[in-house]
Structure formats: C-alpha cells, structure tokens
Design a protein around this ligand. Structure first.
Ligand SMILES: CSCCC(=O)C(=O)COP(=O)(O)O
Ligand SMILES: [Zn+2]
Length: 222
C-alpha cells in the first residue's frame, strides 16, 4: 500500500485524481528545483481539479521543492484557502495559492507554475512597466507571431496579500482576442514569474519559453 492511501482514505474528491495531481506536481517541482528555479522552498505549482466550484491541488507551503512527495498537495478553493469540503485533513497550502486560484479563474488555466527564475526577476527590475518582446522566433511557442507582433509580459509590484496581487494581475491581464493570443505569463517584481497553460506540460512550455525570451532581451539590451 502506498503512503498516500491513508492520507486520502476519507477524501470526498476522487482519490485517484488527487494522487495523480500529487505525483505530477512533485515531478514538475523536482524538475524546476534541479534547474535552480526553485531554490530551497521557493516556488509553487497547482493544477485545476474542478471549476464549479473552483478547486485546485496546490503544493503545500514551506517544503523543499526538490523533495516533494505526492501527498504534499492541498486542495484549495477559489480564494486559495484550504477547503474542508474536499474531505482531506488540514494542511497549509502555498502562501501564494490565492494568486494561483485567481489566475486559474480568470484565464481558465488547467495548471499554474510559479518559480524564482533569474531572468524574470532581472527583467522586472529593468522594465517595471512590462517587458516588450518582438521579432523573436520563440514567441510562437507562447502563441504569438514571431515577426509582426509586439508582446508585453506584464510586470506587477510584489505584495504579500494575494488579493492585492490578484487584483494587479487582473488589471494587467489581456485575454485572447480573435486576432491575438493571450500572454500566458506574469512577472511579479522583486519576486519571480507565473506561467500557465491548459495542463502542466503546456504551463511548463510557456514558462521555459518566456524565461528563454527574457534571457535574450536582457542579453541584447543596449
Ligand atoms: C522561500 S521563497 C519565499 C516564499 C515564496 O516566494 C515561494 O514561492 C514559496 O512559498 P510557499 O508558501 O509556496 O512554499
Ligand atoms: Zn514565490
């Protein structure tokens, strides 16, 4: 019997779904810790389990993100708060779960990843009003045109209150139009970057490509 069986034995939500989310979040977290983007306990991840009401499986707070176990997940509601309705015992969700929930609610994302990657933090210092990207082939990887589009990665001020941070995200977010895709990333100044997608894999692609684009604009700035 696995170590998750007891923890989830009274869960109202589907045990297998939570187990699958925990396995996936731990694996992704390890990947980013190995890259140096989640040093120590930095960073957090979530996947959307349900939409009505909104429930996310988010990483637990304050743990070594390179050593998460499949049981180190917490089910939170649309405020990012632990919900008793999921039937799991209390565990402290990520301090940033509220922003994950807001991003998932506003964008429809199936997964959100937050890391403390260097180029994102440096870019936020250099361009506090947003980072302009253009004429870069990798823009196609975040849904944009490589040549005739000017894409702005929004930058918002850091805050410890996730409602204030969520409001800042909503003001900065530009949803997709028929002509232009959304920008699936947000820089939080002096802190790190959030990226999202329909699932963890696409969120990872968006994160890796955005961080690579930011490395290029930093390396080529005059
Ligand atoms: C050690 S970094 C400070 C907290 C933070 O920014 C972070 O990403 C991790 O917070 P969590 O509550 O998810 O462990
Ligand atoms: Zn953080």
């Amino acid at each position: 019997m696995s170590d998750t069986a007891n923890v989830f034995s009274d869960a109202i939500v589907d045990h297998a779904v939570i187990r699958e989310a925990g396995v996936a979040l731990a694996a992704e977290s390890r990947r980013f810790a190995d890259r140096g983007w989640m040093p120590g306990t930095a960073g957090n991840l979530s996947v959307t389990l349900a939409r009505d009401p909104l429930w996310l499986a988010v990483t637990a707070s304050g743990l070594d993100k390179g050593e998460l176990k499949p049981t180190d997940v917490v089910i939170v509601d649309e405020q990012g708060e632990w919900t008793p309705d999921a039937g799991l015992p209390f565990a402290q969700p990520s301090a940033e779960a509220g922003l994950h929930a807001r991003i998932a609610a506003v964008t429809g994302a199936g997964a959100v990843i937050h890391v403390h990657a260097l180029a994102a933090v440096r870019s936020g210092h250099h361009w506090p009003n947003g980072v302009v990207l253009h004429d870069l082939e990798m823009l196609k990887g975040i849904g944009h045109s490589a040549h005739d589009e000017r894409v702005v990665i929004p930058v918002v001020k850091n805050h410890q209150d996730m409602v204030i941070l969520g409001d800042a995200f909503e003001r900065a977010y530009r949803p997709a139009t028929e002509a232009i895709a959304e920008v699936p990333a947000l820089i939080v100044a002096d802190h790190g970057i959030y990226a999202w997608g329909r699932d963890l894999r696409q969120a990872r692609w968006h994160l890796e490509l955005t961080e690579a684009l930011l490395q290029i604009v930093l390396a080529t700035k005059v």
